[in-house]
Design a protein around this ligand. Structure first.
Ligand code: CMP
Length: 143
């Protein structure tokens, strides 16, 4: 079954949006298999955002993601990577449709509420950066 890494970013934690965001994925029917409320170190942020090293916004990106707690999660479900990205909406909240998470709660790209993996390879990489295998819970979920 496909897995993805989702992270409620510091702006959304500050705005008490964890519950709403989790609720959307629960309601959709996906299965939560790991979650962690945590502070991200500079080292972890730089690894997580390695593909953006050298871009003009890289330093701001690292400062922002390490500025306060995040809620990191692993979810499982059929075609979850692409579906979760549809539920999140476009990276720039200005372009994200109303009804999506970023469209409903975000205003600007550098405070865009949530992160979600964009491919199977990045999901595997991001999950292993944030979670040990033993922290992912195996359980039966029928509905
Ligand atoms: P995320 O999905 O976490 O992945 C990379 C992040 O970089 C993205 O969300 C945005 O928050 C951020 N980002 C992308 N482009 C810009 C930009 N032009 N200015 C600031 N932040 C950006």
């Amino acid at each position: 079954m496909e897995r993805t890494f989702l992270m409620v970013k510091p702006d959304a934690v500050q705005r008490n949006l964890i519950g709403d965001i989790v609720h959307r994925f629960e309601q959709k029917g996906f299965k939560l298999i790991g979650a962690k409320f945590m502070l991200i170190s500079n080292e972890l942020a730089e690894k997580h955002y390695a593909e953006h090293i050298g871009k003009p916004f890289f330093n701001d990106l690292v400062s922002f993601i390490t500025s306060g707690p995040v809620f990191a999660m692993v979810w499982e479900g059929d075609n979850i990577i692409s579906t979760a990205r549809k539920m999140m909406g476009k990276t720039n909240p200005r372009e994200a449709d109303i009804g999506t998470i970023r469209g409903d709660y975000g205003i600007v790209t550098h405070r865009n509420i949530i992160h979600g993996s964009d491919s199977i390879e990045s999901a595997q990489r991001e999950i292993s950066l944030f979670f040990k295998d033993s922290e992912l819970i195996k359980y039966k979920k029928d509905i």
